[in-house]
Ligand binder design. Structure first.
Ligand code: PMP
Length: 423
């Protein structure tokens, strides 16, 4: 048994339903039924304040940053750097220079895999990860290991029908001084498992391994304090936390980022360029070549404000509550197999399930007729699916604007689907 992650859940706040008024997109019908948006694990919806931040920027301040001395450029630069400071505060980074803007989690992880791994890995070294990783936190390490002649090892997932947690006993044999980098997900996008990130970072530090946390599924759902976690790198996407697509963050310890060779080179990140070569600025500029995604970075700052106005401990409690309600109600549907942590155990606000006789794509298509937005497939977790003996699952993933009544719509739809296909 894994120890329970260090999470305490305050009582869910029923008034969260009122936040729905802030999300224009939620107030629509799909196939003649009220939209039930349960695809938050793929991307979250955007509140009016985030949409307004984008519009405001393009209507008043749009300009290129850093290199201009006119009013608009200075306003744009202030807002862009202000967003960096806001995001540093959001994850309690010690220094705004530790926030590198990227396109999202995938690009953030690739930056570490290219720059850090290229400089530090040698034949015989080990990269450690887990069996529950999204392809974005798996394929870059396969490539890095291949390029360096290093070995990639996996912490096994315990019986996914029983618990879906990591086999922490395996850490004793897997986490050796040969491990130079340990990359793991905070919350599994397929199982809903919440990994004890602080414990994993502690264990990694004891053998001198650098840690990379994939926070794609946790960033807008639970309080994250990079100093308390004591991680080296943390990657996330804006679009899963009420922000726009096309913007994300790589957090890295300043001392590491300043020494890291840039993955991309070009304008904005250089000190001096001659016909023979170039020298790099310190972080964050050295890792942000070219014109950055100014508007979306500013809107991501607005997303931090919005989420903090609700409270991430409140969101985590609501996720947990809806996850437990969904587990209980879905388990009454005939023929259903629910994967991941069992009822009562900590789980992120998502539930994955499968029917023996109905493909996930059929489930999603039929549910769409009832106004439900679900996701079906391998969820970028192909090796894990194979381990589970499945080709696909259906996932309902929740956010603070979802309600228990919406789970009833899902359950009704699944009964209809089961009846149609199985009888
Ligand atoms: N890791 C996890 C756990 C995810 O859920 C996702 C998105 N599904 C990613 C990484 C990749 O995020 P993005 O596509 O925004 O780069």
């Amino acid at each position: 048994m894994n120890p329970k992650p260090e999470t305490s859940y305050p009582k869910p706040r029923p008034a969260l339903g009122a936040t729905r008024a802030d999300f224009p997109i939620l107030h629509q019908q799909v196939n003649g039924k009220p939209l039930v948006y349960f695809d938050n694990g793929a991307t979250s919806q955007k509140p009016r304040s985030v949409i307004d931040a984008l519009v405001h920027y393009y209507e008043r301040d749009n300009s290129n940053v850093h290199r201009g001395l006119h009013a608009l450029s200075m306003r744009a630069t202030d807002a862009y750097e202000g967003a960096r400071t806001r995001i540093a505060k959001f994850i309690n980074a010690a220094d705004p220079a530790e926030i590198i803007f990227t396109r999202g989690t995938t690009e953030s992880i690739n930056l570490v895999a290219h720059s850090w791994a290229r400089a530090h890995l040698k034949p015989g070294d080990v990269i450690l990860t887990t069996e529950m990783e999204h392809h974005s936190n798996l394929v870059p390490w396969q490539q890095a290991a291949k390029a360096a002649g290093a070995t990639l090892r996996y912490i096994p997932v315990l019986g996914a029908d029983a618990e879906g947690g990591l086999n922490l006993a395996a850490l004793d044999t897997l986490l050796t001084p040969a491990v130079k980098l340990f990359a793991f997900t905070h919350i599994s996008n397929t199982l809903g498992t919440i990994n004890d990130a602080a414990l994993l970072c502690r264990r990694a530090r004891a053998v001198g391994a650098v840690t990379v946390i994939d926070a794609a599924q946790s960033i807008g759902h639970a309080p994250i304090d990079v100093q308390a976690l004591d991680c080296d790198f943390l990657a996330f996407s804006g679009h899963k936390m009420c922000g726009p697509t096309g913007i994300g963050v790589l957090y890295g310890r300043r001392a590491l980022l300043d020494k890291l060779a840039p993955d991309e080179t070009g304008g904005g990140m250089v000190v001096t360029v001659t016909y023979e070569g170039a020298t790099w600025k310190p972080a964050p500029e050295r890792h942000e070549a070219g014109t950055p995604n100014v508007a979306d970075a500013i809107a991501l700052g607005a997303a931090c404000d919005y989420i903090d106005s609700i409270g991430r401990d409140v969101i985590a409690a609501h996720d947990h509550h809806l996850g437990q309600v969904a587990m209980e109600k879905l388990s009454a549907v005939p023929g259903i197999r629910i994967i991941g942590p069992r009822a009562g155990q900590p789980r992120g606000g998502l539930v994955g399930f499968a029917f023996a006789d109905v493909h996930a794509h059929d489930v999603v298509t039929f549910a769409d007729e009832d106004g439900l937005a679900l996701r079906g497939g391998h969820h970028c977790n192909q090796p894990l699916m194979r381990k589970l003996g499945l080709t696909s699952t259906t996932r309902a993933s929740f956010y603070f604007y979802n309600t228990e009544q919406e789970i009833d719509v899902l359950v009704g739809s699944l009964h209809r689907i089961q009846k149609f296909f199985v009888g």
